[in-house]
Ligand binder design. Structure first.
Ligand SMILES: Nc1ncnc2c1ncn2[C@@H]1O[C@H](COP(=O)(O)OP(=O)(O)OP(=O)(O)O)[C@@H](O)[C@H]1O
Length: 223
């Protein structure tokens, strides 16, 4: 296989007896923005986590630029897993409250063995890219706003220049100006690197504005 793109192949996920995804296919090509919508509970976040290589599907698989993935998280080779990043709805649930914003941004760099001085320099560059001022970088999550913390999560997501960026309701909790800024930074990353983007949202107007096509996930009935 040599086909470019992030792809779910006939993915099924079950939580206990509840079949949440039933042989779902999804493809995000480099450079394109795909929307993902569906009723609450239809499995959008589950599919995003599967595509982000955070959750191993029960059936089916994910491939990244033609490379089939086995397992999830740290079982996936660094060169494959750093191609995909995800931005969640709640930055508080997605960050360690004990870390400073600088350390949150540098986390994926340190986790992949980037030397400390380079990680710090790169973290400052990423913070600047998302509009976080140096004084905010020494603070911990409790001392910043949701919007500022989401900017740190975006900087963290961009740390490895992902080929695919998954945004799971990533701006739903933000005020309009932070929402616009996050969308702008994601758009610039996409134009600069040719990354593919998946936008999970309930907001049809947002999807119409950002996505070149929208995939509907059907409601699943607990089985
Ligand atoms: N870790 C888990 N354990 C058990 N059930 C789960 C788990 N995660 C999600 N579910 C269930 O799986 C179903 C799909 O959840 P998911 O969050 O993927 O849907 P969603 O489409 O993103 O929903 P929403 O639009 O409300 O965010 C829901 O019924 C949810 O309760």
């Amino acid at each position: 296989m040599s086909e470019a793109g992030l792809r779910a192949h006939a993915v099924s996920v079950r939580y206990g007896r509840h079949l949440v995804l039933d042989r779902v296919d999804l493809h995000v090509a480099p450079g394109e923005t795909v929307g993902l919508r569906g009723p609450s509970g239809s499995g959008k976040s589950t599919l995003a986590r599967v595509l982000a290589l955070l959750h191993t599907p029960d059936v089916g698989r994910v491939s990244v630029d033609g490379v089939p993935v086995t397992g999830s998280r740290h079982r996936v080779p660094v060169a494959v897993r750093t191609r995909v990043a995800i931005l969640f709805q709640s930055p508080r649930a997605a960050t360690d409250p004990r870390l400073s914003l600088a350390d949150i941004v540098a986390e994926p760099l340190r986790a992949t063995g980037v030397p400390e001085s380079s990680a710090r320099t790169r973290a400052r560059e990423l913070a600047d890219l998302v509009g976080l001022t140096p004084d905010l970088l020494t603070r911990r999550p409790h001392a910043v706003s949701d919007g500022q913390l989401q900017r740190a999560c975006l900087a963290r997501a961009l740390a490895h220049e992902p080929r695919y960026l998954l945004c799971d309701e990533a701006t739903a909790m933000l005020d309009a100006s932070t929402q616009a800024h996050v969308a702008q930074v994601v758009g610039e990353h996409q134009r600069r690197t040719g990354a593919g983007v998946l936008v999970v949202s309930h907001d049809d107007a947002l999807l119409a504005r950002l996505a070149s096509r929208v995939v509907d996930l059907a409601a699943t009935v607990p089985a």
